[in-house]
Design a protein around this ligand. Structure first.
Ligand SMILES: O=P(O)(O)OC[C@@H](O)[C@@H](O)c1c[nH]c2ccccc12
Length: 279
């Protein structure tokens, strides 16, 4: 694992809290066994009916957000699905993101789209805290344990999203056999967002990988930018959580349909032309 001193203090605190949290719940009877809703199929369905494949994130707060959203997460999740989200992500980290495993369970019971568990899983026992369709493993935080954790998650039935931030981490994810990879535009050392991160890593991702652009996507133009750079799907939290989640989701989901409808789409075309140049 990377030198912890390089991480933002908030991230260091998140990680030490994650290590202290016990994995399985007291009532859990050993490893979970999940029958997952198929994430790739859900993303393809969205694409087929003209929606930008979007994973909308229930994120009550975060180290980079001011204040927190106290509404019922289930109502927020239902709004996201009504707005066209192909899948959902639910934070289960309690101390810094206001999440909980109970919230995830309630959300997953209420919707029929795949649900990603967003947490800082660093050891196998944490996988048993709750069932979800997809689980996140962050390459930077799991280090050399990535292949074992990936196998442990798959043994339980989970689909796995492996998060990377640069080409070295991408190489490690591919070596470990990841088939769904997210490139996080937020740098965990500084917590700043740069959409150029996805653009620099994406050209090196093989075509058969499901590639997800994560973080910092705030507008339909950002959606188009990430799609032009090769994103099969987008993971969006803050921009959706800020205000009317259903309307916010719909606006991003329709970003391409509306661009196509517009007559003056020369700016869009320019973006695509440059980003499609092989790098
Ligand atoms: O709120 P944003 O900028 O749209 O980002 C969503 C998501 O990518 C972000 O919450 C995230 C990406 N990777 C994580 C790992 C843990 C916790 C959170 C995250």
């Amino acid at each position: 694992m990377d030198d912890p001193d390089e991480l933002a203090p908030a991230v260091r605190s998140i990680l030490s809290a994650a290590r202290e949290r016990t994995g399985a719940r007291a009532d859990a009877g050993g490893p979970v066994s999940v029958s997952p809703r198929d994430l790739s199929a859900a993303l393809e369905r969205a694409e087929a009916d003209g929606r930008v494949p979007l994973i909308a994130e229930v994120k009550p707060t975060s180290p980079t957000t001011e204040g927190s959203r106290e509404d019922d997460p289930v109502a927020l999740a239902e709004g996201m699905v009504a707005g066209g989200a192909a899948a959902l992500s639910v934070l289960t980290e309690p101390e810094h993101f206001g999440g909980s495993v109970d919230t995830l369970e309630r959300v997953r019971d209420a919707v029929d789209v795949p649900v990603l568990r967003k947490d800082f899983v660093v050891d196998e026992a944490q996988l048993d805290a709750v069932e979800s369709d997809v689980v996140l493993l962050i390459a930077r935080f799991v280090g050399d344990d990535l292949p074992d954790l990936l196998a442990a998650a798959r043994d339980r039935g989970f689909q796995v999203l492996v998060e990377v931030h640069d080409r070295d981490e991408l190489a490690r994810a591919l070596d470990a056999g990841a088939t769904t990879i997210g490139v996080n535009n937020r740098d965990l050392a500084e917590l700043v967002v740069d959409l150029g991160t996805f653009e620099s890593v994406a050209p090196h991702v093989p075509d058969d990988v499901t590639l997800i652009a994560e973080s910092g996507i705030a507008s339909p133009a950002d959606v188009r930018r990430m799609r032009a750079a090769g994103a099969d799907a987008l993971l969006v939290g803050s921009a959706i959580m800020d205000g009317d989640v259903e309307a916010n989701t719909r606006e991003l989901v329709r970003a391409e349909a509306e661009a196509g409808d517009r007559t003056d789409s020369s700016d869009e075309r320019d973006t695509r032309d440059t980003t499609e140049t092989p790098t």
